[in-house]
Write a protein that binds this ligand. Sequence first.
Ligand SMILES: *Cc1c(COP(=O)(O)O)cnc(C)c1O
Length: 395
Amino acid sequence: MPGFEIFGEEEKKEVQDVLDTGVLFRYGFDQARKGNWKAKTFEKELAELIGAGYCHLCSSGTAALYTALFSCGIGAGDEVIVPPFTFVATIEAVLNIGAIPVFCEIDKTLCLDPEAVEEAITPRTKAVLPVHMCGAMAHIDKLKYLCDKRGLILIEDACQALGATFKGKYLGTFGQTGCFSFDPVKTITCGEGGAIVTDLHELYKTADSYADHGHDHVGNDRGLEGHAIIGSNFRISELNAAVGLAQLRKLEYILKTQRKNKSAIKKAMEKSANITFRKVPDEEGDSATFLSFFMPDEKSARETAASLTKAGVDSCFYWYDNNWHYIRKWNHIRNLKSASKLSVSMLKELPDYANLSLPQSDGIMSRVISMQIKLSWTEKAINERIEKILSVLNG
Ligand SMILES: *Cc1c(COP(=O)(O)O)cnc(C)c1O
């Protein structure tokens, strides 16, 4: 997820445009901004690139998820089906909107298992929120089919998967809405930022308004705008949007480079008898920010992850022991019922996460290792890396 590896003159120029006018705000100041509309331009180019009807930028991916949930009408008491392998922000957004995260098993895609999702549906289920983890896709066609069949809202957390596609269609455009993040470690970054995309005009209008205190953005005088809803401030600044715009224009290069680097390493590893690769429903559409593979059991996975790091293969992740991404180590979520400050009525409704059992997900997560793919690697660096990896895998 290395957009920051390639900051250059392009980012500086976009930021300089903004500094030269002094207008850091994304709305208004039409004269003073001298034609610079960085947030608006970023929205337009992102929507066009991925084939979405509308895009609205937010201050973060978390803010985008929150705004998406609100804009879909999800709130108190609604159940939202989520995976236990994600970044905790997905779960925070659901809880903070007052809805109930219902954890459901993942499969070898490292994303929600469509069959398990179907089993988890109750009369209170309002939405399914798959997370396209580590740059590649869930079984998004099956999840979409299921949501349509059961009348559920599909919201895609594509924060880690900008530019990835399934059979030519961009992730984030399958559901009613999709969310992206441009935080410091994502595929493209603007420091802090996020985006919602949708084809639904009403949903877009609600998001656009919600993220700016409910302003309806009708007319040219902010003081006279209407307010159909109570909103919040999840606005992006022009400075952040300027960086993001330059980065977005590099996305094609980023994807091409990641795919090339991933493919070289994967090809070399295919000869190792001990490993199997993550299931990617459409390999060609993988944004290739990571290469993930399974070891035969937990013990060998933990040992191999440690040996890889020791051999100098940097940026290898054993998520099962990581307390950012998998529920096993999320004590604050697991202990919500006993130690949280959520409203009393909400606490009564929440499942007992402390005793949650997800044996299929544990089985998968305890065996998987993910290796980050970087942009800055030279061919020599890749070959050296491959040598080190093979020396570990082939013992
Ligand atoms: C990064 C990320 C988020 C949150 O994005 P921020 O911009 O950091 O708020 C949400 N979900 C997933 C899967 C992420 O990786």
